[in-house]
Design a protein around this ligand. Structure first.
Ligand code: NAD
Length: 491
């Protein structure tokens, strides 16, 4: 099988140690690719290329309009190759091709958005206290950026980092998740085709504790942008202190979805399913903590269970499949262990809680959509991010109680409120401690809207204008047009 190479200093290369990793399809464990498996040596080479390119100065000094047209061209190439990219993403992650197509539209949209806003910042003149002087504030690239992505939305997460870093004139080294590198590799080919100069964007595949650790500790990396789990985020934060790197962390979530009795019932049931079972619950913003007003709780759960029974599980390449497998055997075991913990802690299993029995699915990492009721906030199934197709249901009687339950988490990524009382909705979301709150909506992201977490869900923002600002340093330039001696120390 052809070895998928890394991209360092404008060249497609094998790992220095000649190691490779087999990439498998989570639907049936078949080998789909063999990828170069780099280590610290390759990461160092990529960082050196990115540093040399940045210091040499052509890219950071390229007019922003030119960088923006390259970023726009990347969007066009993603649109051109959408079908190939979508199929590759589904092969690698198991998600349905329809969902991957949707991702590719979003990804092209992210590159387009940053191409649109990336050349609009000409700096700002500010009031200076000194007569005959000019004070201006400009934004400059940070330098060499280390970018580390997870496996659940491989290319979408990469796009949130690549587009703003490129348009602002940084150089970068990206490390995709070692188990899902395929679409990221393909987009590096497209970036080369779009005219991103050699050395600007470098790609190193490999494990977290080798390539990822090198990116986090290397003193030539000025910024580290990481998306992944909370424990990895803590390690990276610690490592990044070595040279006080700028840090952007997009970590996990355990997101509340609050349903009041006055919500549109059918819509709230439908969206409570969508909030979790897309991509088998492997979404950082999944609304896994369903918090339902007591007066409708039983009816709501009953309706939800009826709908969940009909979710079609299978290959992401079958047109009628609605939910694919989990990513790996290891992850399946983690999800199973949370379900076992939920049962032991006294939550009531209403549906699911096991692997499907269909013989056709036995080679894949499938798990049935699962609902637990009678949940309380002290249960690990309610507090921890299982990152699988599991809903826990809690009850509330008052608005205050609903908000308290929603906030009872170390996470603060996202949350939703369903009600037809707009004043109540606004009152609730004002008190909810999360980076994104949806009213009568769930899981909707778009490039203009900043994304990131309160509390332990992270530091910094991606998307929107804040997602661009992460990749710039702010510089104040004060120019005295009429310099005179101060004579503080006498003549
Ligand atoms: P993970 O933390 O295991 O791995 C993420 C990346 O970090 C991978 O590329 C991995 O190789 C690398 N890594 C692992 N150890 C490292 C180390 N010591 N130093 C540097 N890099 C290291 O996460 P995952 O299992 O790939 O992804 C799932 C997690 O990602 C979930 O917690 C999910 O909520 C989170 N996530 C968050 C967002 C968001 O926007 N907040 C989006 C997607 C996923």
């Amino acid at each position: 099988m052809k070895i998928i190479k890394m991209f360092i200093d404008g060249k497609w290369v094998d790992a220095t140690n000649a190691q490779t990793r087999t990439i498998i399809n989570p639907y049936n464990q078949e080998e789909i690719a063999t990828a170069a498996e780099g280590d610290q040596t390759d990461a160092k080479a990529a960082i050196a290329a990115a540093k040399q390119t940045f210091d040499q100065g052509d890219w950071p000094n390229t007019p922003a309009t030119e960088r923006a047209s390259i970023v726009r061209k990347i969007a066009e190439l993603i649109e051109r190759d959408k079908e190939e990219l979508a199929e590759l993403e589904s092969l690698d992650t198991g998600k349905t091709v329809d969902e991957s197509r949707w991702d590719m539209d979003d990804i092209a949209g992210v590159f387009r958005y940053y191409a649109e806003i990336g050349d609009k910042d000409g700096g700002e003149i500010i009031a200076s206290p000194v007569p005959n002087s000019i004070s201006k504030v400009v934004h400059e690239p940070v330098g060499v950026c280390g970018q580390i992505t997870p496996w659940n939305y491989p290319l979408l997460q990469a796009s949130w980092k690549l587009a703003p870093a490129l348009v602002t004139g940084n150089t970068l080294v990206m490390k995709p998740s070692e188990i899902t590198p395929l679409t990221t590799v393909k987009v590096f080919e497209l970036m080369e085709e779009a005219g991103v100069p050699a050395g600007v964007a470098n790609l190193v595949m490999g494990a977290g504790n080798t390539v990822g650790a090198e990116l986090s500790t290397n003193v030539d990396v000025d910024l580290i942008s990481f998306t992944g789990g909370i424990e990895t985020g803590k390690k990276i934060m610690q490592a990044a202190s070595v040279n006080v790197k700028k840090l952007a962390l997009e970590l996990g979530g355990k997101n509340p979805n609050v349903v009041f009795a006055d919500a549109d019932f059918e819509t709230a049931v439908d969206q409570a399913m969508n909030a979790v079972f897309f991509h088998a619950g492997q979404i950082c913003s999944a609304g896994t903590r369903l918090i339902v007003e007591e007066s409708i709780h039983d009816k709501f759960v009953e309706a939800l269970v009826e709908r969940v029974k009909n979710i079609k599980i299978g290959s992401g390449f079958n047109e009628d499949t609605q939910m694919g497998p989990l990513i790996s055997a290891e992850h399946l075991a983690k999800v199973e262990s949370y379900v076992e913990a939920g049962k032991k802690e006294g939550a009531k299993l209403c549906i699911g809680g096991k692997r499907p029995e269909d013989p056709a699915l036995q080679n894949g990492f499938f798990y049935l959509p699962t609902i637990f009721t009678d949940c309380t906030t002290d249960m690990s199934i309610v507090q921890d991010e299982a990152f699988g197709p599991i809903i826990t249901v809690e009850k509330f009687q008052t608005e205050e109680e609903a908000v308290k339950l929603a906030n009872d988490s170390i996470y603060g990524l996202a949350g939703g409120v369903w009600t037809n009382d707009i004043v109540k909705a606004e009152r609730c979301v004002a008190k909810m401690r999360m980076g994104t709150v949806w009213i009568n909506e769930f899981n909707l992201y778009f490039p203009h809207a900043p994304w990131g977490g309160f509390k332990q869900s992270g530091i910094g923002r991606e998307l929107g204008k804040p997602g661009l600002e992460e990749y710039t340093e702010t510089k104040h330039i004060m120019h005295n047009l009429n310099p005179e001696p101060i004579n503080w120390f006498g003549n």
